[in-house]
Design a protein around this ligand. Sequence first.
Ligand code: AMP
Ligand code: MG
Length: 318
Amino acid sequence: MAIIGKDIEQAIEVLKAGEVIGLPTETVYGLAGNAYNSESITKIFTVKNRPTFDPLIVHTSSIERACEFVKEIPEQAQLLAKHFMPGPLTLLLPKKEVISDLVTSGLETVAVRIPSHPLALDLLKKLDFPLAAPSANPFGYISPTSAQHVDNQLGDKIKYILDGGECKVGIESSIIGFFDGEIVVLRKGGLAIEEIEAVVGKVRIEEHSSSNPKAPGMLKSHYAPRTRLLITCNLLLVEEDTSKIGYLGFEKFSPNIPLENQLLLSPSGDLSEAAQKLFANMRLLDARGFDKIYTELLPEKGLGRAINDRIKRATTQE
Ligand code: AMP
Ligand code: MG
């Protein structure tokens, strides 16, 4: 098992040796390695069992430092960076040579993020290289939102997990690209579309799939528990034997399923709280050995859109 601790110096030592660590961020935990070191990058893909067509996000501590590995920052990107970085936003920017094709899966752009989690920021400031980090889960499974989640699944493959407590945002970053002067949201995430549009005006939201070359790795089926997850409407749910059925609800319990089989995302209907609890609650229900888990979609506004995106991918089997 990995060592779980809050020791930044130890994390730095492991990273400098070319190893990977579990990294707390405000979105989800990352599996981080030196973005300039090909061996570290290869380890990330191997530990996660991630296909090499799925590029990694590169984390740094400031937009000034991003200039070490980014060629230019379009005006709209600078505006977004000013408003939302550090935070749950990832910008696709033209890369310099120092970022290898391994990191970007051969693309000319690199995904850049500045996490707002204090431990992550502190670590990044002390390092003289940026960190490439995808989410610290086996490919396709639910993303981790605590150090324990990382340890449960990848603990035997990594040396150190920096423990930053539970992730505050709980879902991955929003990913934005700039194509021919157009601003495109390639992944709905922890920064709501409404907040983005308040700063840069109307954006295009692109539905991603594995065949979309602009967003490689955005597979239809993702973030999925092992137990079959199905979307249902509360009132229509009538099953003969409900003892082996779990339920993940938004605000209200289902009247048709035993209460002890149910978890709610936010009894007060708060979308931020729902995002924060989504993956942890999916994991808790997944561990109960139910035959299947029912869930419901949330209102399609604010963070509800990103949550619904995760729920739909988690229910897709292909
Ligand atoms: P994860 O780190 O697991 O949250 O996944 C990162 C996601 O960012 C990938 O699955 C890609 O869809 C997206 N991504 C990373 N780099 C690029 C890039 N250069 N162009 C387009 N999408 C990217
Ligand atoms: Mg991921």
